[in-house]
Design a protein around this ligand. Sequence first.
Ligand SMILES: Nc1nc2c(ncn2[C@@H]2O[C@H](COP(=O)(O)OP(=O)(O)OP(=O)(O)O)[C@@H](O)[C@H]2O)c(=O)[nH]1
Ligand SMILES: [Zn+2]
Length: 357
Amino acid sequence: MKVSPNGQLLGTVVAVQANFYKVQLDVGNQEINFPLGSSFLLCTRRTRLKKIGQQVMVGDRVVIEEPDWSGGRGAIADVIPRQTQLDRPPIANTNQILLVFAVADPPLEPYQLSRFLIKAESTELDVFLCLNKSDLVSLEVKEEISDRLLAWGYQPLFISVKNEMNIDQVAKYLNNKITVIAGPSGVGKSSLINALIPNANLRVGEVSGKLARGRHTTRHVELFELPHGGLLADTPGFNQPDLDCTPEELVHYFPEVKQRLAVGNCRFSDCLHRDEPDCVVRGDWERYQHYLEFLDEAIARQTQLHQQADPESNMKLKSKGKGQSQYEPKLESKKYRRVSRKTQLQALQDLYQESED
Ligand SMILES: Nc1nc2c(ncn2[C@@H]2O[C@H](COP(=O)(O)OP(=O)(O)OP(=O)(O)O)[C@@H](O)[C@H]2O)c(=O)[nH]1
Ligand SMILES: [Zn+2]
């Protein structure tokens, strides 16, 4: 167990139950005699923290006082400032997202994958893509998929939980990090978690298990301890994540466009990359159609938000020709950015909401 340089006892909150916090103590060189052989303490929150309105959430790094080793209890005296914060699922200090898809059964759908990737990128956390059920397709198919995703700016790791292929690579990636796992239903997330953490005991491919997990986990987030250090949070399956970024931000969540923008600029700084002249983004890249679709969604959402907030809104009705017209935001970057930062932090929240529906 590790004690901080000034002698403080440190740990990470792995679950919250009513007013109790399950805290996993840091493991280090300075061994303290641990009568129960467990590295968890069930803690309460000090009154001082309640008074200053300091919330404690799963993933928080905390300072423990008055450990009662025999009873396995303690008190949280302080919360170390968070590095990151996701609101749904509510987890502090998440480092990365492990996105799991299958190469077959269910079939790999580019549009769905694209949505998940954009959603994951919008958290601004690191995104790692694993393609499971590799045992079901030929080497040629894998190469095709790999080439295609490389053009999207991703290098997926092909895995097979069934054949235990590359599971050690996944484990290595998760080492000593806090990771949120996401992906559509049926791709093998529970199977993967069970392979990584033998005692996690998540039910695989069982409707009852899935329901129980889906209903339960949304209210009760738990971080599972990885055998070699690090924590993993499961998110229940969902099929089409809602995108909640602004029209302006959207393009930055396509890695393959970042390359284009790195070597050139559009003529207009508020270019939405549709039909503006001298645009460096518009062009012959596979996901450009996805971009246009997501952009329409983002504009529609923005219009709705503006109209709710201010009925005489600062939206302009723009003629699209052929008798069609559409509301478009006058882009005021500061205002949009302010909304956007908040959105980024909450970006995985729909993932949770949808799984409850
Ligand atoms: N062929 C093959 N099947 C797999 C593999 N991994 C998992 N499966 C099967 O895929 C099915 C779905 O697996 P789950 O682990 O329940 O999938 P999930 O992603 O957790 O699904 P949700 O709980 O709905 O989110 C099960 O029947 C698994 O046995 C694999 O590597 N290869
Ligand atoms: Zn442009």
